[in-house]
Ligand binder design. Structure first.
Ligand SMILES: Cc1cc2nc3c(=O)[nH]c(=O)nc-3n(C[C@H](O)[C@H](O)[C@H](O)COP(=O)(O)O)c2cc1C
Length: 198
């Protein structure tokens, strides 16, 4: 397949994501996020990319969740997008930093009311005794923060940014000899480009 590439992986990722946004039925911004705690055992889950630019890949979650705990122990992560309809994959690896309180507040204040209440209600990744227990908690929170009033951000609902050290683009070729281009940030903060065997 003839693909327009670029010296700049940021521009290339933006163009692939915008193509995916047109073609993927659901969640073109969904990515697998792999983390690893101090025990060295990896874990992975899907998450939504909320912003991407030259500073990295930003996502929001609960810092008390399994991934949050692991990121606090080992602030490095890997992520992977697979756009089935485009037959393309992007992987990135790098250091993780938490976004500022202001950035997290701005993001939270723009979430729909139901999701704001959901963030308060969910002790993400910890045992839940029953579905009814969660529903009761949501009703109590709706009474505490009625619709139309400001719902404050729970301090545990935060944002992270993966600052890529590497970004790899993979695209399908009908002959199964797929293309792979790996961009690595060098010491001068420029990108080295390497083609890899499929
Ligand atoms: C398509 C998709 C998108 C998701 N996006 C998010 C997200 O943006 N933030 C989040 O905390 N969980 C998201 N989840 C739920 C996570 O996959 C996961 O169940 C949750 O964050 C708990 O993960 P952990 O126990 O590994 O911390 C998403 C799930 C799916 C299937």
């Amino acid at each position: 397949m003839n693909i327009k590439t670029s010296d700049d992986p940021v521009a290339l990722f933006k163009s692939w994501l915008s193509e995916a946004t047109k073609d993927e039925i659901n969640d073109p911004n969904a990515m697998a996020l792999a983390t690893c705690g101090k025990d060295g055992k990896p874990s992975v889950r899907m998450i939504l990319l909320k912003q991407f630019d030259e500073n990295g890949f930003k996502f929001h979650t609960n810092k008390e969740s399994q991934k949050g705990e692991e990121l606090s122990q080992t602030p490095y992560a890997a992520l992977c997008f697979h756009w089935k309809s485009l037959r393309k994959q992007v992987r990135a690896e790098g250091r993780i930093e938490m976004v500022t309180e202001k950035e997290a507040d701005d993001y939270f204040s723009n979430r729909p009311y139901e999701r704001q209440i959901g963030a308060w209600a969910s002790q993400q990744s910890r045992p839940l005794e029953s579905r009814a227990h969660l529903e009761k908690k949501i009703k109590e929170l709706q009474a505490q923060y009625p619709k139309g009033t400001t719902v404050p951000r729970p301090s545990y609902w935060v944002g992270y940014r993966l600052i890529p050290q590497t970004i790899e683009f993979w695209w399908d070729n009908p002959d199964r000899l797929h293309d792979r281009l790996k961009y690595t940030k060098n010491n001068d903060e420029n990108w080295d480009i390497q083609r890899l065997y499929p």
